[in-house]
Ligand binder design. Structure first.
Ligand code: OGA
Ligand code: MN
Length: 289
């Protein structure tokens, strides 16, 4: 099957047109799609009609699906699907994550094995807002001023799901409570600050404001100042692509090379999405200069 790849952002993000993901791709098609996605960092497949099982089957081609720790938001019968939603059950409890990250982050970087990729399928989208914004961490690394680059090469940073929770809280959604059992499954971990991508051979900055809270072997204040400088640099307009959703978009991002955040929207409108998350390996340190 021939498909077209159109660039969406100035340097990264692509639209893949002419492919139907509801049926199994041949090995050859799959290899081409995989390469186009990893190369772009963010890829959107337009106008897909995907049942939960079809989405899970597509995601599974890339690796093992991750079942999210927030078990109350998994789609019944399909634990590989995490619901992002502002809908409510009849008793008023939320159907899904209302705010799955209005702060910059890379999915599950707080785990020893962070998510390699995430696939998000738009079921209902609000007429305005509720965009997803991406920053290309390959480009952020490549353009890092020398003094900052020297301080991240070969260094590791600490990540946690809950350490930055307060700061991540938004006025609109708030964050759901994490139960004691869920908290028990969470660990604090360290990852290299410059990460290699084992599939493309590229390297990228691998720190994010949502989950990275300290730098190894650096005093607290110095570490915080370094992280703040890296975040300021990485989220400049020039490194960013904003995805304005269309219904039935399947958006795929590579958490090794981009970070992302959601924008707010008028809660009078429904936003309902299905997310599958693909397991990755332990981040590998890039061969730095
Ligand atoms: C996610 C996430 C952003 C959004 O699903 O990992 O961060 O736009 N979502 O909802
Ligand atoms: Mn996310």
């Amino acid at each position: 099957m021939a498909f077209e790849v159109n660039r969406l952002g100035d340097r990264f993000a692509a639209e893949i047109v002419g492919i139907d993901l509801s049926r199994p791709l041949s090995d050859e098609e799959f290899a081409a799609v995989r390469e186009a996605w990893f190369d772009a960092g963010v890829a959107v497949f337009r106008d897909q009609h995907l049942t939960p099982a079809e989405q899970v089957a597509f995601s599974r081609r890339f690796g093992k699906p991750i079942v999210h720790v927030m078990s109350q938001f998994l789609l019944p019968g399909h634990p590989e699907i995490l619901l992002l939603s502002n809908k409510r059950h009849p008793d008023g409890t939320p159907v899904g994550f209302e705010d799955a990250g209005r702060y910059w982050h890379s999915d599950i970087s707080y785990d020893e094995r962070p998510a390699m990729g995430s696939h998000l399928y738009a079921v209902d989208i609000p007429p305005a807002g509720g965009d997803t914004v991406f920053a290309d961490m390959r480009h952020a690394l490549a353009t890092l001023p020398d003094d900052l680059r020297r301080r991240v090469d070969g260094r590791w940073a600490r990540h946690s799901y809950t350490r930055n929770w307060r700061r991540n809280e938004t006025v609109e959604g708030g964050r759901p409570a994490v139960s004691a059992e869920q908290r028990d499954r969470l660990r604090e971990v360290s990852h290299p600050m410059v990460r290699g991508n084992e599939d493309t051979g590229e390297e990228a900055l691998f720190v994010n404001p949502g989950f990275t809270f300290a730098v190894e072997d650096m005093d607290e204040a110095e570490g915080e100042a370094l992280l703040a400088a890296l975040f300021e640099h990485s989220t400049r307009e020039a490194f960013v692509y904003t995805h304005r959703w269309r219904p039935r978009d399947l958006l795929c991002w590579d958490n090794r090379t981009v970070m992302h955040r959601a924008t707010s929207y008028d809660p009078a409108h429904t936003r309902h999405m299905h997310r599958t998350t693909i397991a990755g390996g332990r981040p590998v340190q890039a061969a730095y200069r």
